[in-house]
Design a protein around this ligand. Sequence first.
Ligand SMILES: C[S@@+](CC[C@H](N)C(=O)[O-])C[C@H]1O[C@@H](n2cnc3c(N)ncnc32)[C@H](O)[C@@H]1O
Length: 413
Amino acid sequence: MPVSYEGFWNILADKSISPSSISKLAGISTSTLKRLRQNEEVSLSTLCKLCSFLDCDLGKLVCYIPGEEPVTNKKVSTFNIGSRRFLGNKYKLLSFITRVVDSHCEDVRSIADIFSGTGSVASAFTDRQVITNDLMYSSYLCNYACFGSQKYRKSKLLGIIARYNALYSSEENYMTENFADTYFSREDCSKIGYIREDIESRFSDNEINQRERAILIMSLIYAMDRIANTCGHYDAFIRNSVFDRHLIMSLPDVGNSNNPGNECFNEDANELVKRIYADLVYIDPPYNSRQYCDTYHLLENVARWEKPQVYGVARKMDRSKMKSLYCTRSAESAFKDLIKNISARYILFSYNNMSQKGDDRSNARISDTVIYNVFNEKGRLTVFEEEYRPFTTGKSDIKDNAERLFLCECCHD
Ligand SMILES: C[S@@+](CC[C@H](N)C(=O)[O-])C[C@H]1O[C@@H](n2cnc3c(N)ncnc32)[C@H](O)[C@@H]1O
């Protein structure tokens, strides 16, 4: 920023007030203090708080420096939902899914994607009202960034991201203390920790709104995933790796005039369906025993930013409250309960034909017999099939894998 806060620091020195006491007494976060030190953007409400606390005029704290140009936004690129490596991402199956909906369902004005993951499927239906839901907070935030109806200021976000990209950080923080030179280099960990803290303090200072916060966190999650020292999931990192890619954030390509009726939830789908109605409910639960909270623990940790203790070589936090029944032996009873409680005209269910083909980890948890019985009780069932190459742990040789769509036209009592 072409500004200097030298006046502010001089007043603190004159009055013998330390940075930590002004932080406590005036309620200013440490990352806001850091921005004041680096002559970066600080909200007007923060400056007014300081004026009131120090009993002085705004001009005593800050002055404009002619000739100093702000960091340029031009180099920030954009990305879309489909660019994330995410188990079960349906991005490549969208034409199959939309073809089935468009040719076999009538007058669908609202769609609930209740195991939404990246939100790929919801993104194909933004011409209607969309409801998204996922157990993972990281998925919820990305969904809210994409489908939330609150307006966001694109040029403001471009400016913030450009500044993050230009930043060099060497501070010690939660990320360096727990993850240095594992999934990311020490330097990138320091930068990730600084940025995540900064997003939170901009939000608590009312400098950015809830949707802008979600968009910045989504941008950070995707940037981390692009450079992570893994083979696609966070069960382990590659040892003795050279960290030759560095964190560069871009802006997700998300709409600014989304349907005002859109809603995003972060809860168990089995509970949510008892309260919502949609013309079509799309169901895409985990197929096998791989828990998403295990596979993506680090991204979930950064999204939540509760800074928990982490354990073991993979540096995972406690995930006992994040486990999905759909990855366990209770998957079939959870599925029966879910379908029974759905209020919709159509239910569209994605499930592959892997129930007995892969290794134990990749075997599907819900048998075909249960799927057919449950849907036959709920309404009229049609099944569509398309060949598809699945993601596995790489050890099993799976042939003839097909992705299937079960379309149930629900009967009403
Ligand atoms: C197969 S993925 C969905 C992929 C998604 N359709 C996409 O294209 O990205 C399954 C998702 O269900 C979520 N999930 C698992 N159990 C859940 C539950 N009980 N309620 C809501 N979401 C759940 C997981 O966190 C994961 O994101």
